[in-house]
Design a protein around this ligand. Structure first.
Ligand SMILES: Cc1cc2nc3c(=O)[nH]c(=O)nc-3n(C[C@H](O)[C@H](O)[C@H](O)COP(=O)(O)OP(=O)(O)OC[C@H]3O[C@@H](n4cnc5c(N)ncnc54)[C@H](O)[C@@H]3O)c2cc1C
Length: 216
């Protein structure tokens, strides 16, 4: 798993001879009806907007991140319909890698949960199974390409662990809700790790909003 910041909306306007920060732009737009639109201070305003669910102001600024993960996880990410995406195309380019995951035990009580208490022998078996499957799938895939089979057809031989890369662009509003949901324990660990890495980026880019959300 890898996550990288690609872009954040760069405000062009100046207020009191200062170029606004992205959060300053959110506040500037939020004050559209106020006679004090040029106020530089915005801590209280953004905290107020969050507390009172005045979410539209957070649609004024976008952030894009690059995510490297597997095809097991990318469909979960792509479900967040308020974002815009570009994903690596397996019909246009050759798949490169298959990711390996640490297995967990199925929770008997909660079907959407897994537990980190598998015995060493089972972990070893799963690791070997992953290796065997990955090697065999990649061998068959490369043979199919050598035989002239189109990438869009050959890819059916690949497992869900196949690595993918995507760009995810969305408004701060969408990031707030995505990060609330996907850093929660109810989200699969491999996806949660991505969301936690993005939250770190969010906290550096939007420190006032992150503090108001109580993110640490
Ligand atoms: C634990 C878990 C299990 C899931 N299981 C399944 C499953 O079995 N089958 C399946 O098909 N899907 C499943 N999903 C996917 C889920 O149903 C959603 O499709 C997915 O989380 C995308 O959320 P979204 O539609 O809110 O999109 P988003 O793009 O995240 O949000 C859409 C818009 O709603 C806004 N928004 C979101 N939350 C709030 C809020 N609290 N207040 C104000 N605005 C808000 C956002 O800002 C955005 O503008 C699961 C998701 C999770 C987290």
């Amino acid at each position: 798993m890898q996550v990288r910041l690609i872009s954040v909306t760069a405000p062009l306007i100046q207020v009191a001879n200062q170029t606004l920060t992205p959060e300053g732009l959110i506040a500037y737009c939020a004050r559209v009806s106020s006679p004090r639109q040029e106020t530089l201070d915005y801590e209280k305003l953004l905290a107020y907007c969050i507390a009172h669910k005045h979410w539209s102001v957070f649609e004024m600024v976008d952030m894009t991140v690059e995510i490297v993960t597997s095809r097991a996880i990318s469909p979960q990410i792509l479900r967040h319909k308020s974002f815009q995406f570009q994903e690596f195309s397996q019909s246009y380019a050759k798949a490169q890698e298959i990711e390996r995951y640490q297995p967990r035990r199925q929770d008997d009580k909660n079907r959407q949960n897994s537990l980190n208490d598998l015995d060493a022998a089972t972990i070893q078996w799963f690791d070997a199974a992953q290796e065997r499957t990955a090697r065999s799938a990649m061998d068959m895939y490369h043979t199919a390409l050598e035989k002239g089979i189109a990438k869009e057809c050959a890819r059916v031989l690949l497992p869900l662990g196949t690595r993918t890369k995507l760009y995810m662009k969305g408004a701060v509003r969408s990031w707030i809700h995505y990060l609330e949901v996907r850093t929660d324990n109810s989200t699969q660990q491999e996806h949660r790790e991505i969301a936690l890495a993005i939250r770190k980026i969010f906290m550096t880019q939007f420190p006032v909003s992150a503090a108001a959300l109580n993110w640490k």
